[in-house]
Design a protein around this ligand. Structure first.
Ligand code: 3PG
Length: 305
């Protein structure tokens, strides 16, 4: 059977080699579409049974164009780029590869934080992370890695996650928090790790942002959709001490950069998961999951039920 690796943002070559090996050893043919457009993806799926993507949009037109498609694996965590209802309607199993790129994202969060608090290494005196309070908004795989590294910096870490028991956080030395209001009001830095879904879209509001302590920083390595952008803009205007870091640039990035160049830091393109290690971990997991699914129906990480 044919499996297409379709990544607008390519994996490291070493990861592509590994993915190819896993699939070919199981007897599958491999096709590679890198840096392609959405139309290229639609055109490439007519004869594929398996599909590996990253943030590439897998929408109705893709499913309609892929009559043989049985399984899509999002090599990564968030699957908001995949139309799950259409997948189900077309009888396609969708899986993600939870946790596989989490450390890479967490390291980027800490790196961007250091860059901002050191004033981009411009020669002026910045500040340190030691002793600062950090609130982790969602204690999943990325949040846990951020917490682990932040503790190494000597930060005081707390976390909000209604799906994680207090004992789990406490065992990690993390203070559990039970309301979003408290998380933002009590922490100098908040790092966002919530998925984008109907419950979370535009849920980080002006009210939450302006409740943060003086000199606060919000870090978003999750999804731009979880921020209420007009609220962010209003909060940045109202609070000259507020700073915003994002690996997922807001639509208003240019405006913010122009108005507050020292108070925002954005990557040019989402880079959190872009390490050789994360590409290998997530890519190989995706390849193995496809092999297992096609051989036995294995579907442990299925996200469309
Ligand atoms: C994820 O959801 O796994 C991350 O946002 C990484 O996305 P990417 O594979 O597009 O870099």
């Amino acid at each position: 059977m044919k499996v297409l690796i379709a990544t607008e943002k390519p994996f490291a070559p070493v990861a592509v080699d590994g993915i190819r090996q896993v699939l070919e050893q199981a007897g599958h043919k491999v096709a590679l579409l890198e840096k392609g457009s959405h139309d290229d993806l639609v055109a490439a799926v007519h004869d594929v049974t398996g599909l590996i993507v990253r943030s590439d949009k897998v929408t109705k037109d893709v499913f309609d164009a892929a009559p043989l498609l049985k399984v899509v694996v999002r090599a990564g965590a968030g699957y908001d780029n995949i139309d799950l209802d259409e997948a189900t309607a077309h009888g396609v199993c969708v899986m993600n590869t939870p946790g596989q790129n989490a450390n890479a994202v967490a390291e980027l969060v800490m790196g961007m934080l250091v860059t901002l608090v050191r004033n981009r290494y411009d020669g002026t005196s910045g500040t340190e992370l030691l002793g600062k309070t950090l609130g982790i908004h969602a204690y999943g795989a990325v949040g846990r890695n951020v917490a682990r590294i932040a503790k190494g910096f000597g930060m005081k870490v707390s976390a909000l996650d209604p799906f994680v028991a207090d004992e789990v956080m406490e065992a990690d030395g993390i203070q559990p928090v039970h309301s979003v209001e408290q998380l933002y009001a009590d922490n100098q830095i908040v790092s966002l790790h919530i998925p984008a879904n109907d419950q979370t879209r535009r849920s980080v509001t002006e009210r939450l942002l302006t409740s943060m302590p003086k000199g606060a920083i919000l870090v978003n390595a999750a999804r731009k959709e979880v921020i209420d952008e007009p609220g962010l803009q209003a909060a940045m205007a109202a609070r000259s001490d507020l700073r915003y870091i994002a690996d997922v640039k807001p639509d208003i990035a240019d405006e913010l950069q122009q108005l507050y160049p020292a108070r925002v830091l954005f990557t040019p393109k989402k880079m959190g998961a872009q390490t050789a290690e994360a590409n290998i971990n997530a890519g190989l997991a995706a390849a193995r999951q496809i092999v297992d699914h096609l051989a036995t129906g294995w579907n442990r990480f299925q996200v469309n039920k």
